[in-house]
Design a protein. Structure first.
Length: 94
């Protein structure tokens, strides 16, 4: 059995892979109770990420999202169902 997917685990992964401290990860799983991909614990399936990173400066929107998804691919395989990604250009004002 895998460890539960947490906002902290995703945040640590993105900090490491994208060299960014300018991010916020929120577990929104409870808001999706009864939806496809939700689980009985109401956690660990639906997250929102707000992030700013230098690696995004020369990338288009699709490339930016792909970079984030590539960093958390193993979480997707473990049950992460949805990841809302907000790429911020003006952290922390955005």
């Amino acid at each position: 059995m895998h460890e539960p997917i947490t906002a902290q685990a995703i945040q640590m992964r993105l900090e490491t892979h994208l060299n960014s401290k300018n991010l916020r990860v929120v577990d929104e799983s409870a808001e999706h109770a009864g939806h496809v991909g939700a689980n009985d614990s109401l956690s660990g399936t639906h997250f929102r990420v707000k992030i700013a990173a230098n690696v995004f400066l020369t990338q288009n929107r699709v490339q930016r999202h792909r970079i984030v998804y590539d960093a958390v691919q193993d979480f997707m395989e473990m049950g992460l169902h949805a990841l809302a990604i907000e790429i911020l250009q003006d952290w922390p004002n955005a």
